[in-house]
Write a protein of this length. Sequence first.
Length: 183
Amino acid sequence: MQFSGKVEFGKLQNALDKMHFAITISNLSAPDQPLVYFNPAFQTLTGATAEHLGQNCRFLQGDTENDAARAEIRTALTEKRPTLVVLKNVHQQSGELFHNLLMLEHVGVYENAPELAVGTQFGLLPEELNDMDLPDGQVRHSVVAQVADTILRTRLQRRRIASDTAVRLLQSWSIMAAQPGPA
């Protein structure tokens, strides 16, 4: 399926292509909110190919159960607020199931620029996934568990910083794209 709604990111694309974490950009103004960009790290993480541009990112989910995460994504986009969810995805080349930590943020609408959302994705290791699934109110008492918690928080914080960097880059591009060109 060819996608005709190409968004040109200019020099920003070079910076996004070099990032070591998966980045996607979706056009929220278009029907079904198709992907208009993803970087090589996203291709490595998910097995996606150029043919997936122009599709909604849900193709990654296959037949997996992600109802709660998808509902949160829809609500966050409607409310134009950032969100963080874990999705069960299917690698498009190998067919293997993997867990994807998605940080998604709406990018403001500026004159002459499409309404976009930037997503950053991180594959979760089994131990990270297990640490995230602790029941509410469960307390860990061992020193080892406290160290594991600190490591997990640090990893999540580093991922949040990486995600915020991509969002700020896209916001800057969007503002610059809205400015009239030189006379």
